[in-house]
Design a protein around this ligand. Structure first.
Ligand SMILES: [Zn+2]
Length: 265
């Protein structure tokens, strides 16, 4: 996707008619914006109130239309910036809300400490002061005016509540962290046994471009290769769970050696 590469931070990249990705240096995060005739949909809201406000201002430089928000999953970098978009409805998988309730405090503490350790006191302070609003709207079709976007539960994978945003008329899918470009997939909260099947369901949508939660937009060949590698990870993980394979040997054989294994089944 060299033609779409953006070197600067926070640049909109048009992937199709009225469909944009926005890339960020911070965590290499990628968010989205889908324009309709009457409303626009924001996909993910960045990682704290300050970043969310920056994104909201950037959205307002593109459109004054009323907004809706879709959250791909409950990891802080995708959803802690939602306050800046209220009173827009915040769509998510039903389990996303529960995951935020269960994990927001821990995520905030862990990452505030991490930013402080990195010497990024501004981001640490912004995150420490962020109490993210919870999603309040379901998956399903969202009518934007002359364009319908589908918010889909295609199965678990990166988490147990991944939401996929499909823009059928543009052939674009926003995959959240079900797809990762530029770094290995994050397995920490994964339901790794289900992940390959979920990516097969995503590929069955027949997208022209798939926007990952981190990195550059990719094509279906990239997604199929990542699915197959995750299939290998799932097989290794299952063998470890059955007691047939030593974890260190599984890591040696993994297509993503050194990546932390799932913390639950
Ligand atoms: Zn994530």
């Amino acid at each position: 996707m060299d033609g779409h590469r953006v070197d600067g931070d926070g640049q909109w990249v048009e992937l199709g008619d009225g469909v944009f990705a926005r890339r960020h240096a911070e965590l290499d995060l990628t968010v989205g914006l889908v324009m309709g005739g009457e409303r626009a949909l924001v996909v993910d809201t960045r990682g704290d109130e300050r970043q969310g406000a920056e994104l909201a201002a950037a959205v307002r430089s593109v459109t004054r239309l009323p907004l809706a928000v879709a959250i791909t999953h409950a990891h802080f970098d995708h959803c802690f910036g939602s306050a800046a978009f209220l009173p827009a409805p915040v769509h998510a998988h039903p389990r996303c809300r529960a995951a935020m309730v269960a994990t927001a405090v821990r995520q905030r503490e862990t990452w505030t400490d991490r930013y402080r350790a990195l010497g990024d006191d501004a981001t640490a302070a912004a995150l420490a002061g962020t109490d993210p609003p919870l999603p309040d709207a379901p998956p399903g079709p969202v009518e934007l005016g002359g364009r319908t976007v589908d918010l889909l539960d295609l199965g678990a994978g990166h988490t147990d509540h991944d939401l996929v945003i499909h823009v059928p008329d543009a052939g674009v899918v926003f995959a959240g962290d079900l797809v990762e470009q530029g770094a290995p997939p994050d397995l920490t909260d994964a339901v790794v046994a289900a992940w390959p099947g979920t990516l097969s369901a995503l590929l069955a949508l027949g997208p022209r471009l798939v926007v990952p939660g981190h990195g550059d937009p990719v094509d279906t060949t990239f997604v199929a290769e990542q699915r197959d590698r995750l299939g290998d990870v799932a097989d290794l993980h299952a063998a470890v769970l059955r007691g047939e394979l030593d974890p260190s040997e599984a890591d040696r054989r993994s297509p993503y050696p050194g990546v932390a294994w799932p913390t639950h089944r």
